[in-house]
Ligand binder design. Structure first.
Ligand code: SF4
Length: 697
C-alpha cells in the first residue's frame, strides 16, 4: 500500500511542510503539506524537486579508512583512539568539530554535548556561522537573548515590509509567495527592497534602494535620527522598556545628510521618501538576511535595524518587528542546542558560571567548556597552523563554502586526522578525509528542525537506510561511548529530543527564552505524532502563533532592551588593482554546494552554469561580451565563469553564486576569492564586499 508521511523540506530556513508519498514500488513523490503553518501547501522549485535528488548515485554506502572500505567498529574505534590521543597529548582544545545547519537538532545536541561537556572544549562551530551568527550576536546585545521576536504571519499583516540584504524571491521563495499574495490582496501594502542589485525580489517592490555595499548602518542610523525627531518615536516605550537610546541617537545624529548619501550611495529624495514611509507606517516588518549578516559590520547592521524598531516600539506586536531570516533549514535548531562555539545549550551562555554549572549538573558531565571556542574562520586557521590535531566535519563542504577556500582546503589536507560524515562519497572535502562515515540523507533520517519563526517540525524517515549509512547522532554517541563517556546511551532520536526539552526547562524560572520543557516526557508515540509547534507555545496549544516581547519584557537582568550605538565602518575595499566589488550569494534552484540539488536536471535547467553579473557599461569597458568568459581574481584566489550582462547589476559590482564546485565547473569555487575577514563581534565572514579584478578570459 502507498504511504504518505508528513515531513519537512531540508533546504532553506522557511521550513516548509512536505507530504512524502511512497508508492508500492518504493518510488517517492512529494507535495506541500496544506496543514503546515509555514507554507500551507506551497513548495518552491527546490522543495518540489526533492524526489529527484534522493537516488543513490554517488552515495557513500560504507565507512572508509584511507580510501578503503572498513567496518563501523574499525572506523569508530580508530576515531575514538585518535581523538583521545590528541586530547591526552595536546589538551581538549586540540580537537574540533565543524558541523552544519543541515544536521537535525538531535544530531546537533549530541555533538554539542560531547564537545562541551565531555571533551571539555568549545571547539564546535558550524556553517551557520556563515549564515546568521551576526543576527545571534545582535539579538543578544539588544534583547539579552537570541530571540526572534515575530512570526511569518507578521509579514502578511504588515503595511510596510522592508527587505534588506534579502533576495526573498530566490532564497526564501515560499515566504516570498506569501508576501506576494498578501500584497495582491492588500495593494496598499508597501514593499521596500534594499539591495545593491535589482534582484528578482525588487520586482515586487514599491521602492528599490540600490544601496552601496555595507551602507546599511548608515541608512538605519539616519533613519533612527529621523525618527527621533518625529512623532513616530514612542517615549513611553523607551522609558519603560529600553536603555541606551540617548547614546545611540547621539551617534546616529552625528552623521550629516551629505555623509549619509555618500555612505549609502542613495539620492536625497529616495532617502527622505523611505524615512517618511517608515515614520508614518506603524505596522512595519524589517526582514534581513545574508546581505546584512555576511559583513565585517554585520552585528552593527543588525543592531542598527533593531534600534529603529525599539525606538518606535514596533516589536512583538501583530505586523511589526525586525525579522532575521535564516538561510539553513536548521540554523535555529543548532542555536537552541548551543551548536555554535560561543553558545552553551538551550540558549544559556558559556560565559555564565551559573549556566555552566547548571548544564554540567544536568548532563552529569566530567567537565564543561568554560570559554568560547574557535569560530569557523579561526577554527580553520587553527587547523592550518597545526593547533587542531583531529577534526570531524559533518554534513558540510567547507572546501567550497568557507572564505579563503583554497587555504581551507590546504589546511584540511595537512591536518593529521580528518573525519568527514556525509551522504555523498566524493565531495570536495570528503576526498581529504582519513575516515569517511556514511550518513543518512533526507527521507532516511528522523528528527526535528526549527525554522526562522521558531517553529519546530519533524523530519521523518520514509525510506530505509541505504547499505550501512547511519544517523549522525548515532555516530557521535558511538564515538563518545568508545572514548569512555557515560550519558550517550541513546537508542532513538526521541530520547535525545526529550533530554534536550528537559534541559530547556531545567531550573528555568522564566529568565531564559527557550523552554520546550512540555515535551520533556515525550515518548516514541508522541514524538512520532508531533505536529509543528512554535515555541514558546505550550505543547497543548499546537499550532498557536507566538510572538516575543509584546509585554516589553526582554532578557537582560533588568528586563529592558538595549539600544546599541553603532558607527558606520569604513568598508570601501576596492583599489587600482582590484577595482570591482564582488557580492556572493544564492540562486533560485540550487542549494549550497549542489551535492544534492545538482542531481536534478530540472533544477539545473534554471541556470546551468556559474556566472558573473556585470553592468553593461562595465562589460563594454572590459571588452566582455554577453556570455563571454571572465576571469575573476582577488589576492586569495581566482575563478573563471561566464559573464551575464544585465542592467540589474550596479556599476562596479559583480555578483557570483556560491554553489558551484569543482565537480560541476572547472574553476568556479567563488569562495576561494573571499578573504577570511570577519565581523569582530560575531565572527561571521564578510562574503559580500570583496575587492576583485575582472578580465576577459
Ligand atoms: Fe524548501 Fe525553502 Fe522552498 Fe520551502 S521555500 S520548499 S523550505 S527550499
Amino acid at each position: 500500500m502507498p504511504t504518505e508521511t508528513k515531513t519537512t523540506c531540508p533546504y532553506c530556513g522557511v521550513g516548509c511542510g512536505v507530504i512524502a508519498r511512497v508508492d508500492d514500488e518504493g518510488v517517492v513523490s512529494v507535495k506541500g503539506d496544506p496543514d503546515h503553518p509555514a507554507n500551507f501547501g506551497r513548495l518552491c522549485s527546490k522543495g518540489s524537486a526533492l524526489a529527484e535528488t534522493i537516488d543513490l548515485d554517488g552515495r557513500l554506502h560504507h565507512p572508509e579508512i584511507a580510501g578503503e572500505r572498513a567496518g563501523w567498529d574499525e572506523a569508530l574505534d580508530l576515531m575514538a583512539q585518535r581523538f583521545s590521543d590528541a586530547i591526552a597529548e595536546h589538551g581538549p582544545d586540540s580537537v574540533a568539530f565543524y558541523v552544519s545547519g543541515q544536521l537535525l537538532t538531535e544530531d546537533y545536541y549530541v555533538a554539542n554535548k560531547l564537545m562541551k561537556g565531555f571533551v571539555g572544549s568549545a571547539n564546535i562551530d558550524t556553517n551557520s556561522r556563515l549564515c546568521m551568527s551576526s543576527s545571534v550576536a545582535g539579538h543578544r546585545r539588544a534583547f539579552g537573548s537570541d530571540t526572534v521576536p515575530g512570526c511569518y504571519e507578521d509579514i502578511e499583516l504588515a503595511d510596510l515590509v522592508i527587505l534588506t540584504g534579502s533576495n526573498l524571491a530566490w532564497c526564501h521563495p515560499v515566504l516570498y509567495q506569501r508576501l506576494a499574495a498578501a500584497k495582491a490582496a492588500r495593494p496598499g501594502m508597501k514593499v521596500v527592497v534594499i539591495d545593491p542589485r535589482r534582484t528578482m525580489t525588487a520586482d515586487i517592490a514599491d521602492m528599490h534602494l540600490a544601496i552601496r555595499p555595507d551602507g546599511d548602518v548608515a541608512l538605519f542610523n539616519g533613519l533612527l535620527a529621523h525618527l527621533a525627531k518625529s512623532t513616530a518615536i514612542d517615549e513611553n516605550y523607551l522609558a519603560a522598556h529600553t536603555m541606551g537610546f540617548a547614546a545611540a541617537f547621539a551617534t546616529a545624529s552625528s552623521m550629516t545628510f551629505t555623509e549619509l548619501m555618500d555612505r549609502t550611495g542613495l539620492g536625497a529624495n529616495e532617502i527622505r521618501q523611505f524615512f517618511a514611509l517608515f515614520e508614518r507606517t506603524e505596522k512595519v516588518v524589517t526582514c534581513y538576511s545574508q546581505g546584512v549578516n555576511q559583513s565585517s559590520s554585520g552585528t552593527d547592521k543588525v543592531n542598527a535595524i533593531l534600534n529603529c524598531h525599539l525606538a518606535t516600539g514596533r516589536i512583538g506586536r501583530h505586523g511589526m518587528g525586525p525579522f532575521s531570516l535564516t538561510g539553513q533549514p536548521n540554523a535555529m535548531g543548532g542555536r537552541e542546542v548551543g551548536g555554535l562555539a560561543n553558545m552553551l545549550a538551550a540558549h544559556m551562555a558559556i560565559e555564565s558560571a551559573d549556566d555552566r554549572d547548571r548544564v554540567q549538573r544536568f548532563w552529569g558531565s566530567p567537565t564543561i567548556a568554560d570559554r568560547p571556542g574557535l569560530k569557523a574562520v579561526d577554527l580553520f586557521e587553527a587547523v592550518a597552523d597545526g593547533r587542531i590535531k583531529a577534526l570531524w566535519i559533518m554534513a558540510t563542504n567547507p572546501v567550497v563554502s568557507m572564505p579563503d577556500a583554497d587555504a581551507v582546503e590546504a589546511a584540511i589536507r595537512a591536518c593529521p586526522f580528518v573525519v568527514v560524515s556525509d551522504v555523498m562519497k566524493t565531495t570536495d572535502t570528503a576526498r581529504h578525509a582519513h575516515v569517511l562515515l556514511p550518513s543518512l540523507g533526507w527521507g532516511e533520517k528522523d528528527g526535528t528542525v526549527t525554522n526562522s519563526e521558531r517553529r519546530i517540525s519533524r523530519q521523518r524517515s520514509v525510506l530505509p537506510a541505504p547499505s550501512e549509512a547511519r544517523a549522525d547522532w548515532w555516530q557521535l554517541a558511538e564515538v563518545a561511548r568508545r572514548m569512555g563517556f557515560l550519558g550517550f546511551e541513546y537508542t532513538t532520536p526521541t530520547e535525545i529530543f526529550a533530554e534536550h526539552a528537559a534541559l530547556s526547562a531545567f531550573e528555568n524560572d522564566g529568565s531564559r527564552d527557550f523552554d520546550i520543557g512540555a515535551y520533556a516526557g515525550i515518548g516514541p508515540a508522541g514524538y512520532e505524532a508531533m505536529m509543528p509547534f512554535q515555541w514558546p507555545a505550550p505543547a497543548q496549544e499546537g499550532r498557536k502563533t507566538t510572538r516575543f516581547f509584546a509585554n516589553g519584557h526582554f532578557y537582560h537582568p533588568d528586563r529592558k532592551a538595549r539600544f546599541i550605538a553603532v558607527t558606520p565602518a569604513e568598508t570601501e575595499r576596492t583599489s587600482v588593482d582590484y577595482p570591482f566589488t564582488l557580492n556572493t550569494g544564492r540562486i533560485r534552484d540550487q542549494w549550497h554546494t549542489m551535492t544534492r540539488t545538482g542531481k536534478s536536471a530540472r533544477l539545473s535547467a534554471h541556470i546551468a552554469e556559474p556566472f558573473a553579473e556585470l553592468h553593461p557599461r562595465d562589460a563594454r569597458e572590459l571588452g566582455v561580451g554577453s556570455a563571454g568568459l571572465v576571469e575573476l581574481e582577488s589576492p586569495h584566489g581566482m575563478a573563471v565563469v561566464r559573464a551575464l550582462v544585465t542592467e540589474r547589476q550596479a556599476r562596479g559590482n559583480v555578483f557570483v553564486p556560491m554553489h558551484w564546485n569543482d565537480q560541476f565547473a572547472a574553476k568556479a569555487r567563488i569562495d576561494a576569492l573571499v578573504p577570511p575577514l570577519i565581523d569582530r563581534v560575531s565572527g561571521q565572514p564578510a562574503s559580500k564586499n570583496v575587492a576583485i579584478a575582472v578580465r576577459p578570459f
